[in-house]
Design a protein around this ligand. Structure first.
Ligand code: SAM
Length: 309
């Protein structure tokens, strides 16, 4: 699969591309990344990429012309404006589609036919979640457009972008970090990139048990597919550190006991830190019983000052 990044800071990506799993994936040809300097598509002496906003207000806006030329150089032509949603007299303040529901993902990732998928990184985008990373990992060619300043002229979004993605509810100073996040999360899901394929199945937001077929023959599995939950805690040697021992079930060699303990921890951690994930998680009857028992002794979410603001 190939990623193309359009940015005014191409140098930003050098460290990112030269380390860890991504470096190996690039060397092995499993992933390709092209970094394109937006200023190379300007025609004035100052290589101007931005201009003042119509209507006044703070900051500058990335001009449409250099971006359109950069996209044309990558073989992407405008498609015509996106259809506007039908006008409704009803209040649109709430949505009936939960941000992490499968329906939401389908809408977010309407397939782009015969052309690369063009993604605009934006704080106003749909949430970038693991299911979206999985979809991106299955695509052939993805163009990531990094905004700066107040953002990108909206006509670029209208004419070229398949969807906008946000990596979280905060505002970054540019889309480069977000593009790096999207590439990192997606490329490790491409078959062959991780040394051990099972690693991307047995982790937070992963598949349900039924969808995993990686059991070693004859050995009971000591892990659970998360089924949309958070991962369980991990430990390594030494068996005792800082006065804390590794939990007993992990050291006695009983795979079933390890598996039970890990599932309980997944449920505990998800309930404590991300109770919203439980709504769409794949839970067995046993999980539900366990969850009810945990709920009786553990509050649903850690209450902090910042979570209230
Ligand atoms: N005026 C914009 C707003 O209020 O939504 C913020 C623009 S931000 C300073 C500049 C660029 O950073 C954006 O165009 C986008 O590419 C990127 N960016 C900022 N926050 C982001 C986020 N949460 N996810 C993805 N990209 C983000």
């Amino acid at each position: 699969m190939r990623f193309e990044i359009i940015t005014i800071f191409p140098g930003f990506f050098s460290g990112f591309l030269e380390n860890g799993i991504l470096r190996r994936a690039l060397a092995e040809g499993l992933v390709e990344v092209g970094v394109h300097d937006l200023r190379a598509f300007t025609h004035d002496r100052h290589r101007t990429v931005d201009d003042r906003p119509f209507g006044g207000g703070e900051g500058m806006v990335l001009k449409p012309q250099p971006i359109a030329e950069a996209l044309a150089a990558l073989g992407v032509e405008p498609r015509g404006p996106k259809a506007q949603p039908e006008e409704s007299t009803e209040c649109q303040g709430t949505t009936s589609v939960a941000p992490n529901s499968p329906l939401h993902e389908e809408r977010a990732l309407a397939p782009a036919q015969d052309r690369p998928t063009v993604i605009l990184l934006s704080a106003q985008g749909r949430p970038f979640i693991q299911a979206v990373a999985r979809q991106i990992a299955s695509m052939d060619r993805v163009i990531l457009l990094c905004g700066r300043y107040e953002g990108v002229d909206e006509r670029i979004n209208e004419l070229y972008c398949d969807f906008e993605l946000s990596i979280g509810d905060y505002v970054l100073s540019g889309g480069e970090l977000a593009a790096a996040v999207v590439i990192d999360a997606a490329m490790r899901l491409i078959p062959g990139v991780l040394g051990n394929e099972a690693s991307s199945e047995f982790e937070s937001f992963g598949a349900a048990d039924a969808a995993i077929t990686t059991d070693a023959e004859g050995v009971p599995r000591s892990q659970h597919g998360s089924g949309g939950l958070l991962d369980y805690p991990h430990y390594t040697r030494p068996a005792e550190f800082g006065g804390l021992k590794v939990p007993e079930p992990l050291v006695n060699g009983d795979h079933q006991a390890i598996r039970r303990w890990r599932r309980e921890q997944q449920l505990r951690k998800t309930l404590a830190n991300r109770p919203d994930l439980l709504e769409n998680a794949v839970l067995s009857k046993e999980d539900c019983k366990l969850l009810d028992a945990i709920r009786k002794i553990q509050p649903a979410c850690i209450d902090t000052e910042w979570s209230k603001s």
